[in-house]
Design a binder for this molecule. Sequence first.
Ligand code: ARG
Length: 466
Amino acid sequence: MSHDNSIKPWGGRFSEATDAFVERFTASVTFDQRLYHHDINGSIAHATMLAEVGVLTDPERDQIISGLEAIRAEIVAGKFQWSVQLEDVHMNIEAALTQRIGITGKKLHTGRSRNDQVATDIRLYLRDEIDAVAQELTRLQRGLVGLAKRHADTIMPGFTHLQTAQPVTFGHHLLAWNEMLQRDYGRLIDCRKRVNQSPLGAAALAGTTYPINRARTAELLGFDAPTANSLDSVSDRDFAIEFGAFSALLMTHLSRASEELVLWTSAQFNFINLPDRFCTGSSIMPQKKNPDVPELVRGKTGRVNGHLVSLLTLMKSQPLAYNKDNQEDKEPLFDTIDTVKDCLRAFADMVPAIEPRQAEMLEAAKRGFSTATDLADYLVRKGVAFRDAHEIVGKSVAYGIAHDKDLSEMSLTELQQFSASIEADVFTVLTLEGSVAARDHVGGTAPAQVRAACARALKLLDQRPA
Ligand code: ARG
């Protein structure tokens, strides 16, 4: 490799070649080349605007645009030669343009800096990725709400402290996941608004002396508006941090769901079956079918949370305006995007295929005396004070444990040993069906409420842009 600085766009003031290691150390092209598409789009908008304001002639603009399109085609075809000596995606493409069209290629960078260029590229790239993430998140939510709707009546134990607490419906449980994802979607869309602002024209840090039209480049690139301050525009990466925060929360939610899927597929719970195509086996234990997909989603949450901390730490000590530190924003951001998209895809594919084992869920709900609160509430309705009711039911449960009987399996005489207020109508509240049906208010687990909640959730999903 030659270390001749004449190939570098900034080589003019340098009298010796860059140290070979420093060249590699400072280069970003190995990872920022994935911005090529958005880099070229940004350059085309910039050239179009420069021609409109008279800084470039129309033939120069046309030459630049066709040159850039030819380079794009070369990159897409995998024929483009990326060079570490040319440091990053921006200088690689600009050098290739000049090689292709000569002196006119050197005019593209008029009134622009890599500082506003890279900020523009990341925002354009992230905007597209946000839209892709939104699509996949919506697909997952549709599957989730669909499954919830099919299981509005399926009874399972609800847990606190992972101990059986009260019966709920499986549909209600799934809708709890959906609520988390619904808020994540809101955060994503909110983040998109602040991503979609154009830093182009901020130039190196102070703006430029050319008569540029920032509103025009913003419009050409589909941004909502130009950013307001040039120093801020080239330096802050808070929009990427916001995406990192959205991602960390989304992954945290997927991880919680994963944890439950892992538990539920175990022989000890045996609540669901995950079809074989989402599982893998063990190389030594022939009987094993492991829930690798949810386990990996749970595991990958760690790196996404870590990337958020990387981005925050990267930003925290930077004086205005641009610093090379910001080159370090890309790998955490890119890996966050890749990981989130993969995990959403895995979940969106897997969730509709979950097969609940309804008999096992029902049995488990019975085993844990999950209607104990219902019996206490029944006694309160008969005039017993709640604390006394609590005591009475506690004794009934102790009796049930000793005799291996659920409350609903005891005879009236057996129940009446604990309170004379218990009458024959008690059995309607002791059934699991009666228990869930009684929680009949907004946000409650009654099957009718779950069906209504599914309808509301689907309506919200239908209102999203296609
Ligand atoms: N590769 C650089 C980055 O990712 C582009 C901007 C370089 N600007 C500079 N002044 N060295 O941040």
